[in-house]
Structures are given as structure tokens and as C-alpha cells.
Design a binder for this molecule. Structure first.
Ligand code: NAG
Ligand code: NAG
Length: 222
């Protein structure tokens, strides 16, 4: 019973084996679309290495993981997209400048060691990206789509999980919060659990902040 209710034991990502037994210091079961992120942040050179795992929404579909340097959500995000092309998987980068404009281009930050592979119906995107110096978190967005046309991802569905697949990835633990520091062997799950609560906490604060601004605006308008 204790094992069943412990959130640490319910993480799926900790049991996922990556090709070549590549190891990352953290992993998280992303809250939407049955997706997973394995990641290592190296503060000394501001690099973030990730392995993003998800199943495309169709046999010849696509999966994407992105960082949005300027906002939350899809518009403005810098995306790594793994698309099915002639039976194999290719990785491309897209600048999602708006919901209607998806342009294949270099990203606004450095990215290297990129690779995508497919195994058991799931696609893994490997990449290392440069994040702003001393960044404590980045806005991440992920998505899955059903099909590909002329080398470009077709529109994904607009169901609740597709619209909610975003959040903040906390790169460094701040001393606030109730998480205790575990041993190195379970810091993985502690980190990712905290990540999720971190993301929802930020979401709540954001909502509250926005509500307050709207309220003040409505008072001072007239
Ligand atoms: C982090 O980056 C520095 C500078 O490139 C490097 O010397 C160090 O080995 C890296 N640490 C890890 C854990 O990869
Ligand atoms: C930073 O460190 C990582 C991990 O050691 C390494 O793979 C990467 O090449 C380094 N990046 C830069 C920009 O120095």
C-alpha cells in the first residue's frame, strides 16, 4: 500500500532505458500526451541536454519539444520536431513565430548533438541546447501530431491535452519549498516531482497575478 501511494514510485520515466544507456540526471513524466523528458542541466556552460520521448499521433506523424524563450505556450517557441519521412525519422528545427506560421529555420539559441530515433512506436528526440546564463527555469512546450506534408508537420489536434502541454522546467532547485534533499539515487524523482509542483505553482501565481492586473485595470479605467 505504501508503495502504491508513493508518488516517487509512480514515475514511468525512471524505468525508461535510453539507447546506449545514455543517462541524464533528472527525468519527469510530463503531465500531458504521455510524454517524458530526461534532462541534464550543466550550469557551468549553461547547457541543457534532453531526451524527449513521445508517440506521434499517427503512424506517419510527428513529435516536438520546444523551448519558448519569450513566452509561455506555442507562439514564439523554438521547436525541435521529429517527423516521419519515408519510413524513417528526421529531425528539423522550426521557429513557431505564430500559430499560423511554422518556418523551418535555425533556432534563436545554439543547439547541438541533435538526433531522433524511433523505437516501439515512440520517438525520442536527443538534443543539447544553450540556455540563458544563470537561468533558473525555461518554458517548455511539447506536442504530437498525426501527419506530415511536404516535410512539414501538419496541424495537431486542439483537444485539452494538446493545449495544456506546456510548463516550466525548473533547472535549479531553489531553497524555498518543502522538498527534502534525498540521496543522489533518488534525487531524480525528487527533482521531477518538484518540477511539476513548481510548474503548477507558477501557473497559479501567474493566474492570480493576471487576475489582479485585470481587476486593477477595471478599477482605474474610469
Ligand atoms: C559541464 O560543462 C563544463 C564546461 O564545458 C565541463 O567541463 C563539465 O565536464 C560539464 N559537466 C558535465 C557533468 O557534463
Ligand atoms: C557544455 O557541456 C556539455 C556537457 O559536458 C558539452 O556537451 C557541450 O559541448 C558544452 N557546450 C559548450 C557550448 O561549451
Amino acid at each position: 500500500m505504501v508503495l502504491l501511494i508513493s508518488p516517487v514510485c509512480s514515475l514511468t520515466c525512471t524505468s525508461q532505458k535510453l539507447t546506449g544507456n545514455k543517462l541524464y540526471s533528472n527525468c519527469t513524466d510530463l503531465p500531458q500526451l504521455d510524454a517524458y523528458l530526461h534532462w541534464t542541466y550543466n550550469a557551468s556552460n549553461s547547457s541543457l541536454s534532453v531526451a524527449f520521448i513521445a508517440a506521434p499521433a499517427g503512424k506517419n506523424g510527428w513529435v516536438a519539444w520546444a523551448i519558448n524563450p519569450t513566452a509561455e505556450g506555442m507562439a514564439g517557441s523554438q521547436a525541435l520536431v521529429a517527423l516521419k519521412s519515408g519510413g524513417s525519422v528526421v529531425l528539423k528545427t522550426f521557429n513557431i513565430s505564430s500559430y499560423s506560421s511554422i518556418v523551418e529555420s535555425k533556432l534563436s539559441f545554439e543547439v547541438w548533438d541533435t538526433r531522433a530515433e524511433e523505437k516501439d512506436g515512440k520517438i525520442t528526440i536527443f538534443a543539447t541546447v544553450k540556455v540563458p546564463e544563470k537561468a533558473e527555469k525555461v518554458n517548455q512546450v511539447w506536442q504530437v501530431g498525426p501527419s506530415v506534408t511536404n516535410g512539414k508537420p501538419d496541424k495537431h489536434e486542439f483537444k485539452p491535452p494538446n493545449l495544456a502541454s506546456k510548463g516550466s522546467l525548473k533547472l535549479v532547485e531553489t531553497s524555498a519549498g518543502s522538498t527534502t534533499n534525498g540521496t543522489s539515487s533518488n534525487s531524480n524523482s525528487t527533482g521531477s516531482g518538484d518540477n511539476k509542483s513548481g510548474a503548477s505553482r507558477i501557473g497559479e501565481n501567474f493566474g492570480l497575478g493576471l487576475g489582479l492586473v485585470m481587476f486593477l485595470l477595471s478599477i482605474f479605467r474610469f
